[in-house]
Design a protein around this ligand. Structure first.
Ligand code: KG4
Ligand code: ZN
Length: 340
């Protein structure tokens, strides 16, 4: 069973994993930079790059210790090469290049979105044929038509990503960064019907999203409160979560049903949201669609997903080399640029 050592450093997590081609996770570890950004309210790329440099070797050693493997047991090295913050991407990509060179094994450059899409590959219940993937994270909210040979964008957010809306609204509510999980926790004791937020492009025939109107409405609602007490915060969180989850679920169902695709997969940090997971499960069950939900830990950024996507590329011999560059932005349709 070939084993891949994979790195994910596109944003604020230094993540490392070893996964074999049957999908067995031999080791995985992650250093989160969230604490370094508490006072900034968002990621600072320069601080992030330095933290990745400090952590990447430590996290890698931790993963080898967990897996009880030696470097001779590794058959290929993979890293996220696009899209993401250039400094952080360079740390993981160059570390992977160095190891591939030193150990004389293949290098695989992975697109971050392909990682989210394939996070559940080889897990029980993951579709074997074509499927529609909803990827909702801090940087992206999009629907894709996928199979092992191609990933095609069906629609995407025309403005803010779903996670970005959660984070910006959460910051205005004083919940810190990132705010998605905190909004989910607050929403549990909130009334989702006290404040109702708009769902844009609901009747549009395309599969695009828009979250900036919802965000603006939520920000003005927060400013308009004379008394932003704890119940009011919880009620706003519940209303925001309801609108974002409904928008994502409706468009996902619409895409799958209109294209006659019977399998749905979700991924990205927002896919860890329990309200979205419950709503999508219910809707898919009603529509007789099969749904694969990765564990919440593998929805947010991680290196297991990069290893899974890398195994698909390794099987197809889609390798990279020392001259492969990182890209801050790269459409999934252009991911061939990462192959040499
Ligand atoms: O996929 P991810 O870890 O990083 C990116 O590729 O962006 O996604 C991070 C995003 C953040 O915006 C965060 O607030 C959101 O996912 N998020 C959540 C939850 N957990 C993370 N949003 C809603 N509910 C959650 N439980
Ligand atoms: Zn991500």
């Amino acid at each position: 069973m070939r084993k891949i050592l994979a790195f994910e450093t596109s944003c604020d997590d230094t993540a490392v994993a070893i996964v074999d081609e049957a999908g067995v996770i031999w080791g995985e570890a992650l250093y989160s930079q969230v604490k370094e950004y508490e006072s900034f309210g968002g990621v600072v790329p320069e601080i992030g790059s330095r933290a990745h440099i400090e952590q990447i070797l430590l996290v890698t050693k931790q993963v080898f210790a967990q897996a009880q493997l030696k470097h001779q047991d590794i058959d290929a090295v993979a890293a996220t090469f696009a899209p993401g913050l250039l400094g952080p991407l360079l740390v993981g990509a160059n570390f992977a290049k160095g190891l591939a060179q030193a150990w004389s094994i293949p290098l695989i450059a992975v697109h971050h979105i392909a990682g989210h899409i394939w996070a559940g590959f080889r897990c029980e219940g993951f579709p074997l044929g074509r499927f529609v993937a909803l990827i909702a994270s801090g940087g992206h909210s999009a629907l894709y038509l996928c199979d092992k040979n191609s990933i095609q964008t069906l629609g995407q957010s025309l403005d803010d990503a779903a996670g970005e809306a959660f984070d910006k609204i959460g910051r205005a509510l004083g919940l810190g960064y990132p705010a998605g999980k905190k909004i989910e926790d607050e929403a549990k004791r909130g009334n989702k019907d006290r404040f109702v937020f708009p769902i844009a492009l609901r009747h549009d025939p395309h599969f695009n999203f828009s979250f900036s109107g919802l965000k603006t409405k939520a920000l003005s609602c927060i400013r308009a409160q004379d008394n932003l007490d704890s119940q009011c915060v919880a009620d706003i969180c519940a209303g925001v979560q309801e609108a974002i989850a409904t928008a994502l679920v409706e468009k996902t169902l619409k895409a799958a049903l209109s294209l006659n695709i019977s399998s749905v997969v979700i991924g990205g940090g927002v896919a860890a949201n329990s309200c979205l997971r419950a709503k999508l499960s219910e809707a898919c069950e009603k529509a007789n669609l099969s749904l694969f939900l990765p564990s919440p830990q593998h929805c947010t950024d991680n290196a297991v997903m990069i290893a899974k996507a890398a195994h698909i590329k390794l099987q197809a011999n889609l390798l990279s080399d020392f001259s492969t560059d990182v890209h801050a932005s790269l459409a999934i349709e252009d991911q061939d640029l990462l192959v040499k």
